[in-house]
Structure formats: C-alpha cells, structure tokens
Design a protein around this ligand. Structure first.
Ligand code: ZN
Length: 136
C-alpha cells in the first residue's frame, strides 16, 4: 500500500469565489501513477471550504449567495469584534473543509457533473489544499 501526500497552492482573487480544483488534482494523480485507492482532499483553513458539485457559472453565484444569506457577513457577530470574518468561519462549519473521493485505475470516480470546488469565503488570500492518497 502506498501513502502519498501533496499540496496545492491557490491564490484567490476575491472575497468570495468558487474555484474548480479538479484538474489540478487529476494531474497530480496522473503524475503519481496511482491505481485504486482513496483520496483525501483537505483544506487547513477556517475561512474557506470544499464542496463537490457542478461548476456552472450561475450555480457558482447561487452557492455564494446562499452562503451569504445564511451567514450574513454584515451581521453583528461576536467574532467580528476581533476579526471581521465571522461569516466565513460559519460557512466553513456548514460546508466543511474536507472530502474523500474513491480513485479507480488512477482516476477520481466523480459523477458526470461533479467537480471538486474550493470555496473562498474571506479572500483574497493564498490558500492551501492538502492531498493524501492511500492505495495502490
Ligand atoms: Zn476570523
């Protein structure tokens, strides 16, 4: 059994942004010549999130609008007294920051419209996504 690790560096450009990181992950799997296993995709940030969904321009805006409506960036959250980004922490709690995807014959077993999406909630910033592959 092999355990491989890597990380992706992402520079986000807006306060709120959805970025498709699927190709970057697929490239790493191809270069690593993996077989069958599991891939953990994890972001070590409290103000960003990871989702698996469709990367369609309208839906990308809908996701961000939905998260803003739930977490109300302009509300008087207690955390905003020390760091003006409570909404981003709350959206991370809702969405989460990790995904596990089965890998078969070196490829992510995603559905037709599924993509791995990095969701920036308090950018622009330099961000990291960690990858851990366990398998053949
Ligand atoms: Zn904060």
């Amino acid at each position: 059994m092999r355990i491989l690790r890597s990380s992706l560096n992402i520079s986000t450009r807006s306060r709120f942004e959805v970025i498709d990181i699927t190709s970057m992950i697929e490239n790493w799997l191809r270069e690593s010549n993996v077989g069958n296993g599991l891939l953990l995709v994890y972001t070590p940030h409290t103000t960003a999130a990871l989702a698996i969904n469709e990367y369609e321009s309208g839906l990308r805006q809908d996701i961000l609008e939905m998260l803003k409506s739930l977490t109300k960036p302009d509300a008087h959250w207690r955390h905003n007294l020390i760091d003006n980004n409570a909404h981003a922490h709350l959206a991370n709690v809702i969405v989460g920051g990790d995904k596990i995807v089965p890998v078969e014959n070196g490829k992510l077993t995603l559905g037709t419209w599924q993509r791995l999406l990095f969701i920036e909630l308090d950018g622009p910033r330099r961000r990291e996504v960690r990858l851990v592959y366990v398998g053949e």
